[in-house]
Design a protein around this ligand. Structure first.
Ligand code: FAD
Length: 384
């Protein structure tokens, strides 16, 4: 591992800290619908206009062209400042964008990257299908070549924020006769084209406000030029996308949750008294979580250090598995520490909403079981 902070890094940290202190948007972030889109895109635009977006993205596509260490510093200061998480921009900023940076052609990079950084273009992910989740390579949404177009028919499910998105990173089967990993393509799909129908899926955190949609493609046409990384080469590109999604994309959450653990320690001392925490069950859970966070921080540094040498690949599953589990433990403990106040005083923070959301953190981006399979087989070299 080669990661240290130089004097220039320190200077960058101070500039980031000052800017965040003065520019964090006032008011609470809405969790749903157009209000959320307006909030998230405006906050992203503010960061872009001030020169803080795409810290490690190339300058020719709107980024700052800086080292991943600076990106890490930015996330650390972002969490420290309590800046709102503009989650709607997550796919574009953290895995669709980085995939295009790594594998897109010049035209794709020029057209699609800058609008992600400026908050003008929201991306969603069209990977999972009703019968292809963990076994993603079995996907059956097909795309047939017709002249210089692809004609897409099939369905994707669990598309987070699909109804609020402009673009989609989409996996389609372009060669049904090839072995299952070989006939897939990774394509850029415009959510406004004819032939796409979206059906909302309700969830328990907001029964009448969808987080997910199911997408139905009925001969939807996109240019063949929207294939990223070569026709039928999509499995390799998708592994790169998942490497970003499970690795570098988790860094921000890891840092946010480390801050939350410290906040919980302060609250627990106030509520139960410092002296009681030494013997109390809450105290030992807090101690365990602080230790978990130290391990997660070491893993973050490892991820950044490895990512500097290229996409972290299978090792990113270590990060995803750890962050997913830690989020569940921290949010459950938060409710136990705050007590009934968490239900009575929802205006202070959305404790219940976030607690309920963490049920999904060991499913999204691949379940914990799948992450463990990958760690066992591809990181540790254990037999299948
Ligand atoms: C909050 C959230 C957001 C999501 N957003 C998106 C999105 O934007 N776009 C998108 O494409 N998808 C999204 N997903 C879908 C997600 O990627 C899938 O739910 C996940 O990959 C699991 O697939 P599945 O639901 O089909 O479960 P299945 O694959 O049917 O798995 C069912 C159970 O079997 C277990 N299992 C399956 N295979 C194995 C195996 N080989 N070894 C051990 N255990 C196994 C699984 O761990 C799980 O417990 C999201 C999911 C959630 C919860």
């Amino acid at each position: 591992m080669d990661l240290h902070f130089s004097a220039e890094d320190q200077q960058f940290r101070e500039m980031a800290r000052d800017w965040l202190r003065d520019n964090i948007p006032a008011g609470r972030r809405p969790h749903h619908g157009e209000e959320m889109r307006t909030f998230d895109t405006a906050w992203q635009k503010t960061q872009f206009d001030a020169g803080w977006a795409g810290i490690s993205w190339p300058t020719e596509y709107g980024g700052l062209g800086l080292d991943l260490t600076r990106q890490l510093i930015w996330y650390e200061e972002y969490a420290r400042a309590g800046a709102p998480d503009n989650h709607l921009c997550f796919v574009g900023l953290n895995h669709a964008g980085p995939t295009i940076v790594s594998h897109g052609d010049e035209h794709q990079k020029r057209k699609y990257l800058k609008p992600v950084l400026s908050g003008e273009s929201i991306w969603c992910q069209g990977f999972s299908e009703p019968n292809s989740g963990s076994d993603l390579a079995s996907l059956s949404t097909r795309a047939e070549i017709d002249g210089d177009e692809l004609v897409i028919t099939g369905s994707k499910i669990w598309t987070s924020h699909g109804h609020l998105s402009d673009m989609q990173e989409l996996l389609v089967r372009t060669d049904p006769d090839a072995p299952k990993h070989k006939g897939i393509s990774w394509v850029i799909f415009d959510m406004k084209v004819a032939g796409l129908e979206l059906r909302p899926i309700n969830i328990m955190t907001a029964p009448n406000l969808p987080h997910f949609v199911q997408c139905f493609y009925d001969e939807a046409r996109i240019p063949l030029a929207n294939v990223v990384g070569g026709l039928n080469n999509g499995w390799k590109i998708a592994m790169s996308t998942l490497g970003f999604e499970r690795g570098t994309a988790q860094i921000k959450d890891q840092i946010r949750y480390a801050h939350l653990v410290e906040e919980m320690i302060t609250r627990a001392k106030k509520r139960f008294g410092s002296e009681n925490l030494h013997t109390d069950e809450i105290g030992s859970r807090l101690a365990q979580l602080r230790a978990d966070m130290a391990a997660a921080r070491a893993m973050t540094y490892m991820t950044v250090s490895r990512a500097k040498a290229g996409n972290p690949g299978a090792e990113s599953s270590l990060m995803r598995a750890m962050v997913g589990q830690v989020q569940q433990k921290v949010r459950r403990l938060a409710l136990d520490i705050i007590g009934p106040e968490a239900l009575e005083n929802p205006d202070e923070d959305d404790w219940v909403y976030f607690y309920l959301r963490t049920f999904s953190t060991t499913i999204a981006a691949g379940t914990s079981q799948i992450q463990r399979n990958i760690i066992g087989e591809r990181v540790l070299g254990l037999p299948k």
